[in-house]
Write a protein that binds this ligand. Structure first.
Ligand SMILES: Cc1cc2nc3c(=O)[nH]c(=O)nc-3n(C[C@H](O)[C@H](O)[C@H](O)COP(=O)(O)OP(=O)(O)OC[C@H]3O[C@@H](n4cnc5c(N)ncnc54)[C@H](O)[C@@H]3O)c2cc1C
Length: 476
C-alpha cells in the first residue's frame, strides 16, 4: 500500500465530545479544518459510548446548540423526577431532575449535519498511530485505515483522543492515575435496555431505594457474582449499589451502567480487550437479576451495548493545571477559556494553560486529557479535579475553546503557547461560548423542581466538601 497525504490549517484527532466542538469552532473561525476519528461516526462517548444522559443541560456555546437542536426535534428532554434515577446522580435526589436524556442515534446524524454546515472535512475509520514531530514541534500525525497509511499535517494539531495519544507519543509529560500507585478509575459499559415498565419500577423503588435490598439478597444467593462492596472513591467505581439505572428518552427505555471492570488501563490494548469481554459477561447476570427480581423489568431486553467506557488515562501536563482547590473555590482565571458546567451554569473557569502542553509546540490538547489532577475533588486523593470536570457539557466547552484557539493561532501565525488568551476569550464571548455575567447570574438563579436554585444546591455541595477536606487538612 502507498502512503497517502492530507493537510489542513487545523487538524483535530478524535471526533468525540471535545474534538467535535474543536473542529466546528475552528472551521467557524475560518480555518480549513480536518477532523479524524477511528469510528464511522462522530460524538465519541456522547453517541457510540451510549452515554444518553447528561448530568445537566449545557450552559452555552456549541454544546447548547447540539442539545437545543435535539430537543427541537423531540430527541432530548429533561429527565423525569423518579426514584429509580436518584442513586446515580450523586449527593441528592434533587440533582437527578437536572438530567437531560437524549437519542444517541439521532445525535450521530445531527453531528454530521453540523459538521457539513460548518465546512469541516472528515476522515473517518482512521486510527491515529503516532505523532510527527520536528524538533519539539508537532506538525502532524500518522493514521492507518483501509487505504493504508496516511500522513496528516496541520499548522496546528488538536489532540482530542481523550488519552492524549499524540501528545504522549510526541514526548509530552503526563500524569496518569491516582496516588503514587497510579490507580485508574474502573471501566464501565453503558447499556441501553428496552421494554421496561417504569411505573412498576418506580413503585418498587419507593420501598427499596437504589434496589439495595434486592441486590443484597441476590448477592447472598450468589446471583450477582461480580458485585462487591463499593467504596465512594470511584476506583472501585461508585458508592451505591449497582445496577445503576436511568430513564431514557423513549418511554420504555433504560440506561444501565452495566459491567464494571477494575485494574485496567485504557492505553493498553490487552486491558481494553479484557474489559470488552468481561463487562458483557457481567451484564448477563445483571440482566437476569433485573428480570427476575425487579418489578417492571420482566420483559426488558438489550437494545445496544456501548464500546467499553474508559473514564480516564493520561492528563498531559500543561502550562497550567487545574486542581480540586480551584473547584472548591469556584475559581475564575484571567485566561479562563472554558468552564465546568454544574447545574446548568458555569461553576468555575478552566484556564487556557490547561490546553497548552508544557513540553511540545504546534499542539493543543482538549477533552479528558487536558492538564488536571487525576481523581476527584469529592472523594479522591490529593484533591483531584478530573472527575469533577468530565461531564459532557464541560467537555464541550473545552473542545470549543481548543478549536477557536487553534484557528486563531493559524490566523495570527503564533504558536498556541504564544497566543494571547485575551484574544481567545474575546472570540469565545462573541460566539456565545463564554457567557456574560448577567447570563451566568440568570442560569445560577434558575429554580430546580425542588425549589432551591441551582446555585444554592451547588454551593451547599461545595461547602460540605470544603468542610470535609478542611478536617482532613487538605484545605486551609
Ligand atoms: C463509563 C462512563 C460514564 C460516564 N458518565 C458520564 C455521565 O453520567 N455524564 C456525563 O456528562 N459524562 C459522563 N462520562 C464522561 C464523558 O463521557 C467524557 O468525559 C467525555 O466523553 C470526554 O470527551 P472526550 O472528547 O475527551 O472523549 P471521547 O468522547 O471518548 O472522544 C474521544 C474520541 O477520540 C477518538 N479516538 C481516540 N483515540 C483515537 C485514535 N488513536 N485514533 C483516532 N481516533 C481516536 C474516539 O473514537 C472518540 O471519538 C462518562 C464516561 C464514561 C467512560
Amino acid at each position: 500500500m502507498s502512503i497517502g497525504y492530507r493537510g489542513a490549517d487545523v487538524v483535530v484527532a478524535g471526533g468525540g465530545v471535545a474534538g467535535f466542538c474543536a473542529a466546528i469552532a475552528a472551521a467557524r473561525a475560518g480555518a480549513d479544518t480536518l477532523l479524524v476519528d477511528r469510528n464511522g461516526f462522530l460524538g465519541g462517548m456522547f453517541t457510540g459510548g451510549n452515554m444518553t444522559v447528561l448530568n445537566c443541560p449545557p450552559a452555552g456555546g456549541i454544546g447548547k446548540e447540539i442539545v437545543d437542536a435535539l430537543a427541537a426535534d423531540g430527541c432530548a428532554k429533561r429527565c423525569p423526577d423518579d426514584p429509580p434515577n436518584y442513586p446515580i446522580f450523586h449527593y441528592a435526589a434533587e440533582y437527578s431532575t437536572m438530567n437531560v436524556v437524549y437519542d444517541a442515534e439521532m445525535a450521530k446524524i445531527l453531528l454530521f449535519r453540523i459538521a457539513r454546515q460548518a465546512g469541516v472535512r472528515l476522515l473517518l475509520h482512521s486510527f491515529v498511530t503516532g505523532a510527527v514531530v520536528e524538533g519539539s514541534r508537532v506538525t502532524g500525525f500518522m493514521v492507518a485505515n483501509k487505504s493504508g497509511a496516511q500522513l496528516i499535517t496541520g499548522k496546528v494539531v488538536v489532540d482530542a483522543t481523550a488519552d492524549g495519544d499524540i501528545a504522549a507519543d510526541a514526548g509530552a509529560t503526563f500524569r496518569k492515575g491516582q496516588t503514587e500507585k497510579g490507580i485508574l478509575f474502573a471501566m464501565t459499559m453503558l447499556v441501553r435496555l428496552s421494554h421496561v415498565d417504569w411505573p412498576k419500577v418506580s413503585e418498587y423503588s419507593k420501598t427499596d431505594y437504589g434496589l439495595d435490598r434486592a441486590i443484597a439478597a441476590a448477592i447472598a444467593r450468589g446471583e450477582l457474582p461480580y458485585y462487591k462492596p463499593r467504596e465512594r472513591n470511584m476506583v472501585n467505581y461508585w458508592g451505591h449499589a449497582r445496577p445503576e439505572l436511568s430513564h431514557l428518552l423513549h418511554e420504555d427505555g433504560a440506561l444501565l451502567w452495566g459491567g464494571t471492570v477494575e485494574e485496567v488501563d485504557g492505553t493498553k490494548v490487552d486491558d481494553l480487550t479484557r474489559a470488552e469481554v468481561e463487562a458483557r459477561e457481567q451484564l448477563i447476570s445483571e440482566l437476569t437479576f433485573l428480570r427476575k427480581h425487579i418489578p417492571g423489568f420482566g420483559a426488558a431486553r438489550i437494545e445496544s451495548t456501548g464500546t467499553i467506557g474508559v473514564r480516564d488515562t493520561r492528563h498531559i501536563v500543561g502550562e497550567a493545571t487545574l486542581t480540586g482547590k480551584d473547584i472548591l473555590a469556584r475559581r475564575s482565571f484571567p485566561d479562563g477559556v472554558a468552564y465546568n458546567v454544574k447545574g446548568g451554569f458555569p461553576a468555575n473557569d478552566i484556564p487556557y494553560g490547561c490546553l497548552v502542553p508544557r513540553d511540545v509546540d504546534g499542539l493543543l490538547v482538549t477533552g479528558n486529557c487536558i492538564s488536571v489532577i487525576p481523581g476527584s475533588t469529592e472523594m479522591g486523593f490529593q484533591l483531584g479535579s478530573f472527575n469533577n470536570l468530565k461531564d459532557i457539557p464541560t467537555m464541550w466547552t473545552i473542545g470549543e475553546a481548543a478549536g477557536a484557539a487553534a484557528a486563531l493561532s493559524v490566523r495570527i501565525g503564533a504558536e498556541p503557547r504564544a497566543l494571547d488568551p485575551a484574544i481567545v476569550r474575546h472570540h469565545l464571548f462573541a460566539q456565545g461560548a463564554l457567557l456574560a455575567p448577567d447570563r451566568v447570574a440568570e442560569q445560577e438563579g434558575a429554580p430546580m423542581p425542588s425549589g432551591r436554585t441551582a446555585r444554592a444546591y451547588y454551593e451547599a455541595v461545595l461547602a460540605d466538601m470544603t468542610a470535609h477536606w478542611r478536617r482532613m487538612g487538605e484545605v486551609e
